[in-house]
Write a protein that binds this ligand. Structure first.
Ligand SMILES: NC(=O)C1=CN([C@@H]2O[C@H](COP(=O)(O)OP(=O)(O)OC[C@H]3O[C@@H](n4cnc5c(N)ncnc54)[C@H](O)[C@@H]3O)[C@@H](O)[C@H]2O)[C@@H](O)CC1
Ligand SMILES: Nc1ncnc2c1ncn2[C@@H]1O[C@H](COP(=O)(O)OP(=O)(O)O)[C@@H](O)[C@H]1O
Ligand SMILES: [K+]
Length: 505
């Protein structure tokens, strides 16, 4: 169950529930946390010259006092620097009283090469930018290039959003408790965390279940059960049929990349719907993918009626024009229950920004297809400007708000892609690679979503699986990746997933 992610406030509730359930009180949890961190430090940094433990006034600092005491016990030369004393009677005050040496003021902190820094200034309770002394400490640690071990989170990183409040520490290792927080996975927090270790401090799975988290790390555990493998007696149309709209003659590659990805991820049949003027260029490049002339809405409806595809992809290479949006709205008005699903990407999203409310109303209507939208940062901002500009929201909250407004699963792309469902579930992807920053890779992703939808995967699970598989394929191919390499690079990834499903072939 370790794929769940807890927001800082859910973590606070989990702490309280754990204390109610026992056997640990607040100080017991803090001792467990400090013990786990000290053990990791001694194992990972046996060569350190000395350890500088930086303690804040709250429970994060409390963890720091426990770590400092245990490092002294382990024979390490420890220097303790504090910012503000713990509140009298708090768990942190008990931990501070247990530490044998008088702390020095944080403003004087100065490490030397070979030292280790333990950042226990602020964790989940960070509520405002770091003070000047704490910001200076972060800068000094960075400039001296000493390794930093962050307790719970690097101080200055918001656990909720991963954003930096003022200034922040950059850790080599971050040790957090019970479950990851969004700030461990959302950029720039993710980069600033370094390696993330989640340790058990006595908060049980039952307590986490009682909290009922709605955000997850995008690991196969959250969608593998619904991931399709072909039954022995299947045939091509039962495996699923995808229709992909093609653009004009100079912009047809995007649709073909999408179509190829749909087919490769298991749709039994894929048809490219092409304007007459693009038929020749599409025809010259397609073999197993079918091609059909579709200049008008009537021709598209004729195709839907005759071939009954489950899923359509609308957007890659269509052009960011008003008529592209109009055509989509006319198509949605004509659809009643079939096809079941739709992937909107690229120019399908950009053109919809001419009249977003009309699109959202059409997707909310009875009989509308279930939709996945796959915006990158720019497309997201065009379509959901007020949400994108709301600095109070994390990327997870932005994707959730957009999903509710559009009644669609939103794949908010980037190095830390977030997938959100209108029902409130969200997932943060963690296997991303910058190798995917190459033209056409988004088109492949929309095809993967469609291919999984057509095989009956529900939209949230389909989108999560598509994002994970896309990244895994890029990693398996490695440097030199082009978008057209991705469909074939799916093979080892799908092979592993099929094996995990016990598929005997
Ligand atoms: N029993 C528990 O609740 C446990 C909590 N744990 C630790 O407790 C931490 C959370 O503790 P707290 O809620 O006390 O929060 P923090 O220790 O993160 O922050 C302490 C206080 O500092 C103030 N503050 C926030 N940002 C500031 C800033 N930039 N400059 C100056 N002051 C600032 C806040 O008002 C807050 O009350 C976790 O990150 C974790 O390390 C662990 O000990 C495990 C158990
Ligand atoms: N720096 C990065 N790290 C990880 N993934 C990235 C990065 N840059 C882009 N990607 C991924 O690559 C894909 C690019 O999609 P998109 O921008 O729509 O490209 P295109 O329109 O060229 O197909 C998305 O899945 C995105 O998450
Ligand atoms: K910290």
């Amino acid at each position: 169950m370790s794929h769940e992610i807890l927001t800082p406030s859910e973590m606070g509730r989990a702490d309280k529930l754990a204390m109610q359930h026992g056997p640990f009180d607040g100080y017991g949890l803090m001792s467990n946390a400090g013990t786990q961190i000290a053990t990791l430090i001694l194992a990972r940094f046996p060569e350190m010259r000395c350890a500088h433990v930086l303690c804040g006034p709250g429970n994060n600092g409390g963890d720091g006092y426990v770590v400092a005491r245990l490092l002294v016990k382990g024979g390490v030369d420890v220097h303790l620097w504090d910012e503000g004393e713990p509140r009298a009677g708090s768990d942190a005050a008990i931990a501070a009283a247990d530490y044998p040496v008088e702390p020095r003021p944080l403003a004087d902190f100065m490490p030397e090469p070979g030292d280790l820094v333990v950042d226990a200034l602020y964790g989940a309770g960070l509520s405002k930018p770091l003070s000047e002394a704490a910001a200076r400490a972060a800068r000094v640690a960075k400039e001296s290039s000493v390794p930093v071990v962050a307790v719970d989170l690097p101080s200055g990183v918001s656990g909720e959003s991963g954003q930096i409040l003022g200034d922040a520490f950059a850790a080599a290792l971050t040790v957090t408790f019970a479950r990851k927080k969004p700030g461990h996975l959302l950029e720039p927090g993710r980069t600033l965390c370094g390696d993330v270790e989640v340790v058990d401090i006595g908060i049980s799975d039952e307590v986490i279940a009682e909290i009922g988290p709605r955000c997850f790390e995008n690991l196969p555990d959250i969608w593998l059960e619904k991931f399709p493998v072909p039954a022995l007696d299947t045939y091509k149309y039962r495996r699923g049929h995808v229709g992909v709209f093609s653009g004009s003659p100079t912009a047809t590659g995007a649709a073909r990349l999408s179509a190829m990805a749909s087919a490769r991820v298991g749709a039994g049949a894929v048809t490219v719907l092409s304007p007459t003027r693009s038929l020749a260029v599409n025809g010259a490049h397609l073999t197993s993918i079918m091609l059909r002339k579709a200049d008008t809405l009537d021709e598209v409806l004729g195709f839907l009626d005759a071939r009954k595809p489950q899923t359509l992809v609308y957007g890659p290479g269509l052009g960011p024009e008003q008529e592209v949006a109009n055509f989509l709205l006319d198509l949605l008005a004509a659809i009643d229950g079939a096809p079941e699903s739709l992937v909107l990407d690229a120019d399908g999203l950009t053109s919809a920004a001419f009249q977003p409310e009309a699109l959202f109303a059409a997707l909310h209507a009875q009989g509308a297809p279930k939709a996945i939208m796959t915006p990158h940062e720019g497309e997201f901002r065009r379509l959901f400007r007020d949400i994108a500009d709301d600095t109070k929201l994390s990327k997870v909250e932005k994707a959730r708000a957009a999903a509710a407004r559009a009644d669609a699963v939103i794949v908010y792309k980037g190095p830390d892609t977030v997938i959100a469902s209108p029902d409130g579930r969200a997932a943060i992807n963690s296997n991303g690679t910058p190798l995917l920053a190459t033209a056409g890779s988004g088109d492949v992703l929309s095809g993967l979503c469609a291919g999984l939808l057509a095989q009956g995967m529900p939209p949230f699970e389909a989108a999560c699986a598509a994002v994970w598989i896309h990244c895994e394929a890029a990693r398996s191919f490695g440097p030199g990746l082009l978008a057209e390499d991705l469909p074939l690079a799916l093979r080892p990834v799908l092979g592993d997933l099929f094996a995990r499903k016990g598929w005997m072939g």
